[in-house]
Design a protein around this ligand. Structure first.
Ligand code: PEP
Length: 262
């Protein structure tokens, strides 16, 4: 049985500062009554909104994160953001390896490993995103790809960091405007592979790492996804970018999960 559920969104390169602040304020207000011992909510806005967002948002209610981070603290890394700069803003989460980082900007599993270790050593929650492309799925190598991304991403990471590790399974073919959501059965199957691999990497305790599903989550599929045994949460893009809609999706999913657990 799941102890906790996770609902979050990455705002990608959408929403300016004013729009982000308005969205976060409204989401905080709408979701204020949710029991945070059981449900974790988090939002990952653009870098330019983070300073104001962290001043406005109560991170006991909504955790804030950054969409990426350099593994070095300082130096000749034009265009990159240091862990120290993100710490200065009081952020809790760093998202690493979103499919757009891997496939549009060429980030590798080796880079993920450096970033995961840097995020953890700077006391962030490291949210590592993994997922196979449509081509890899068609070749029947999805499990191998997921296993590789996990084994390389978490190489030399001590099990002591388990409480600060989250994983998001986001099949590349399921994400974004051209994405086709994974069926709940397919998502469950892959989440199980991920769970087993995390146990291989970290020992039995690895099973406690939250594994979230992302990729065209919407009000029509959120409920059947959240009741799957190995799905601990939903990482939502487009369907979360309106605070009212995201609040409704979260509440509906929680109700369904509770009914299912009863
Ligand atoms: C994403 O890009 O991580 C994502 C889950 O997007 P969407 O829900 O819009 O497919």
């Amino acid at each position: 049985m799941k102890k906790k559920l996770y609902f979050g969104s990455n705002l990608k390169m959408y929403k300016n500062v004013a729009q982000t602040i308005e969205y976060l304020g409204r989401l905080q207000e709408l979701t204020a009554d949710l029991d945070r011992d059981v449900f974790t909510t988090f939002i990952i806005p653009s870098y330019t909104s983070l300073d104001r967002a962290s001043g406005l948002i109560d991170q006991n209610l909504i955790l804030l994160g950054a969409q990426n981070m350099c593994w070095e603290e300082q130096g000749q890394f034009t265009g990159e953001i240091s862990p120290l700069m993100l710490r200065e803003l009081g952020l809790k989460i760093v998202e690493l390896g979103h499919s757009e980082r891997r496939h549009v900007f060429g980030e590798t599993n080796e880079m993920m490993n450096l970033k995961v270790k840097a995020a953890l050593s700077h006391d962030f929650i490291a949210l590592l995103c993994i997922g196979e492309t449509g081509e890899e799925k068609d070749f029947g190598v999805s499990d191998e790809v997921l296993r590789t991304q996990l084994i390389m991403g978490f190489r030399d990471v001590s099990p002591a960091y388990i409480p600060k590790i989250w994983v998001a399974y986001e099949p590349v073919w399921a994400i974004g405007v051209n994405g086709k959501p994974a069926s709940s059965a397919y998502a469950q199957e892959k989440h199980h592979v991920i769970r087993e691999t995390l146990k291989e990497i970290f020992g039995e305790e690895g099973a406690s790492i939250p594994v979230l599903y992302g990729g065209s989550v919407n009000p029509g599929n959120a409920n059947e996804l959240i009741v799957q045994e190995d799905i601990d949460g939903l990482f939502v893009g487009r369907s979360a970018w309106d605070a009212e809609n995201f609040n409704a999706l979260i509440r509906d999913a929680i109700r369904t999960w509770r009914e299912n657990e009863a």
